[in-house]
Design a binder for this molecule. Structure first.
Ligand code: GLY
Length: 354
């Protein structure tokens, strides 16, 4: 099915059971695909274009250096400006491929075919492409929306359970941004992921990024759970998967909201979140390891005349509210430290109870 998106939206969005040839580009195209998916792609009767690249890029290698050989490869053929690049894989691969498409010949069109729940639920929509720098995640990139997003749910069947759970946190984030606690609770229960959740999350995100494509305001809400999440992910040496780190960041954001005096989220919801996150407690870095990463975040504020060594005075956070849209606040590191301590304490309590 084709998802209804706002008039003039840059990306056509399709959610299908299995891959469909007729959604591939009509003209010249090439592919950057996850090596693990080649067999499934061909077995589904999908074509392999000339000069396809089948690659494997782990999270720790999401760097500009991963993209250079692809660009050199395209230029050596050479592939021309009428080219469309198709990205087939998870969020790391699709972010990097989108970045390569934005750079090649100063920008060629691309399509994204996300194959993980995480990429389907969030990363593939909205035109953010990027790579990490030593100083932090996604610090380099371009806004370059794909012409078409094709999410084929048959790829989810091949995902290990940990990766399905990982993607679920981006869906839960979407519910919390809107204050839709019943939906969040539904997704926190055991049971299979529903495709209707992905449709609902993509429809919401399409509206947000259409209104605010460059993250000048409303789009910042999509970072709920990501500031602490990115710090925990990096501090774990990427042993935490992105969605898992976001899940921890979401629970931390619930505590920050309480510390800020906002209406409390129901203890039952926090308990459900903590129950799912408790097995990750050993991967949660201590506060001193998180602070420098939070201070380096794109969204931190320093006093005037700062240097790199100046501690952040405040760090922006998105705070969830029951029944209402989340809000952005800038909070001092002390508030973050308190929420980190509450997060750890609740996870330990859940572990002891289990
Ligand atoms: N993943 C957040 C955004 O696309 O803005």
């Amino acid at each position: 099915m084709r998802l209804a998106t706002p008039p003039g939206f840059a990306t056509e969005v399709f959610i299908l059971e299995g891959p469909a040839r007729d959604l591939l580009p009509e003209g010249a195209w090439t592919l950057v695909g996850d090596r693990c998916l080649r067999e499934a792609w061909l077995a589904a009767g999908m074509p392999e274009p000339g000069h396809a690249l089948w690659v494997s890029v782990p999270e720790k290698d999401k760097k500009l250096s991963a993209v250079l050989p692809w660009l050199e490869h395209w230029a050596s053929v050479p592939l021309h400006r009428d080219l469309t690049v198709v990205a087939l894989g998870g969020g790391v691969l699709t972010d990097l491929t989108g970045l390569a498409a934005s750079l090649y010949l100063r920008g060629v069109p691309w399509q994204v075919w996300p194959t993980t729940l995480l990429a389907m639920a969030d990363a593939a929509l909205g035109g953010k492409t990027g790579a990490d720098l030593a100083a932090g995640k996604n610090l380099v990139g371009a806004f370059h929306p794909p012409r078409r997003l094709v999410a084929c749910t048959s790829f989810l069947a091949g995902l290990p359970p940990r990766h399905l759970q990982n993607g679920r946190w981006e869906l839960i984030k979407t519910a919390l941004i809107q204050g839709e606690l019943a939906w969040a609770e539904e997704m926190l229960q055991d049971g299979p992921v529903k495709i209707a959740w992905v449709e609902r999350a993509l429809a919401f995100k399409a509206g947000v990024v259409h209104r605010d494509p460059r993250e000048a305001g409303e789009r910042r809400l999509l970072n709920l759970g990501h500031t602490l999440g990115h710090a925990l992910e990096a501090a774990s040496g990427y042993q935490l998967l992105h969605g898992e780190a976001v899940g921890l960041g979401l629970l931390g954001a619930c505590f920050l909201a309480e510390e800020e005096g906002l209406k409390h989220l129901p203890p039952a919801l926090l308990g459900l979140m903590a129950g799912r996150l408790a097995p990750l407690v050993s991967l949660v870095a201590p506060w001193p390891a998180c602070l420098p990463l939070l201070e380096r975040d794109k969204k931190s504020k320093r006093s005037n005349g700062h240097t790199e060594a100046t501690p952040a005075t405040e760090i922006y956070c998105i705070l969830p509210r029951p029944g209402e849209s989340a809000v952005q606040r800038a909070l001092p590191p002390k508030a973050w430290e308190t929420s980190h301590a509450r997060l750890l304490s609740m996870l330990h309590q859940e572990t002891d109870r289990a």
